[in-house]
Design a protein around this ligand. Structure first.
Ligand SMILES: O=C(O)CCC(=O)C(=O)O
Ligand SMILES: [Fe+2]
Length: 347
């Protein structure tokens, strides 16, 4: 007797099916009041899992103030660094953001460090976002080149059709936190183990060649069909935590304004040390010395952080444990009152 053909075709038919991407998975959304800092560290930072934290910056004046018009009115004449190569007057930039469409995308701003270039904005970003606390970037033991108590606080802005230029992961094992202030922004994330399915660029291993992770060209990038995507749409007042080595792509779904910082703590310190030593242009002996210093500094920071966690009252009285490496936002100084750079350097 002839075998019935299953509905939808037999094995040959299945083989001929066009490739499809898997539907993206949702990223956990947790309210700040349900996520104490320690739980954030244990459940997400230490496990290297992404999360969206809602209501993370309830009191920020920026939430009520920041609109495209605010930037045009307040900083219209100021020239700003938009990308690595583009500088524009803020007025022209905001006009271009408002004119941006899917068919004629405008510029996307991602190279403006707030402390250095628009410090007037800092008053709108207080109190400090507890989840975007810089950690070891604030330590005087980290070499000057990476010392940023503000966690490299950056402004991001763009209109519909624009996007952060490439899907990538951040170098130096940085964890990133992006807080949405105005409008909606879509994020696609892929875990580190999917790297080979994302077609890293030859010579730039942290950049993907895939232009649109939401609908990749599977004839060029067939392995994308096997990748596990995570998607979130970030809304005003929400912070997304992007763990080290996670690939990410971001695009505004409406005019979008956000800020971004980097977190360094014990979870990404060893990877940071290896990255900066691997890329070192110094002699072997100097590189070995640098690695020795950074590993030692990491151990000292860890002792100081443990002291703050184990005996917070004593650590507050002693002052030096938090001065050497603040363990949590409770121990950190306001970055705007802390010099961005210190003298000590082993570079
Ligand atoms: O535009 C964004 O939200 C992403 C920013 C980012 O990934 C970066 O600055 O490294
Ligand atoms: Fe990034």
């Amino acid at each position: 007797m002839q075998q019935a053909t299953p509905i939808g075709g037999g094995p040959d038919r299945a083989r001929a099916q066009p490739l499809q991407t898997r539907p993206p998975l949702a990223i956990d959304v947790v309210r700040a009041q349900d996520l104490p800092y320690n739980e954030f560290l244990n459940e997400y930072v230490r496990k290297n899992r992404p999360v969206v934290i809602a209501d993370s910056v309830r009191e920020w004046p920026a939430l009520n103030r920041w609109t495209p018009g605010y930037f045009r009115d307040k900083f219209g004449n100021q020239t700003v660094q938009v990308s690595y190569t583009k500088r524009m007057a803020m007025r022209d930039f905001v006009d271009a953001v408002e004119a941006s469409t899917v068919d004629a995308p405008g510029p996307y701003l991602y190279r403006l460090f707030i402390h250095d270039h628009l410090p007037q904005l800092l008053a709108d970003l207080r109190p400090q976002n507890a989840y975007a606390f810089a950690g070891r970037h604030a330590s005087p033991l980290i070499p000057e080149r990476w010392r940023r108590p503000d966690g490299f606080l950056k402004l991001l802005m763009g209109g519909v059709g624009s996007k952060f230029p490439v899907m990538h992961y951040d170098l130096e094992h940085a964890h990133a936190q992006i807080t949405e202030i105005y409008g909606d922004k879509e994020f696609y994330l892929f875990p580190p183990e999917d790297g080979d399915k994302l077609y890293p660029r030859p010579g730039q291993k942290n950049w993907s060649q895939v232009e649109n992770p939401a609908a990749p060209d599977l004839s060029r990038f067939p392995r994308m069909a096997e990748a596990t995507a995570y998607r979130a749409v970030l809304k005003p007042g929400q912070t997304i935590f992007i763990p080290m080595l996670w690939w990410h792509a971001a695009r505004p779904l409406s005019i979008s304004i956000s800020v971004c910082t980097a977190l360094m703590d014990r979870s990404n310190w060893p990877g940071f040390v290896e990255d900066v030593c691997d890329r070192s242009k110094n002699s072997a002996a100097k590189t070995a010395l640098k690695r020795f210093y950074l590993k030692g500094a990491g151990s000292v920071m860890q002792v100081m952080e443990n002291l703050q966690t184990a005996t917070p009252l004593l650590a507050k009285r002693l002052k030096f444990p938090s001065a050497l490496s603040p363990a949590s936002p409770d121990f950190a100084k306001d970055p705007s009152e802390t010099p961005m750079k210190f003298r000590l350097s082993v570079e």
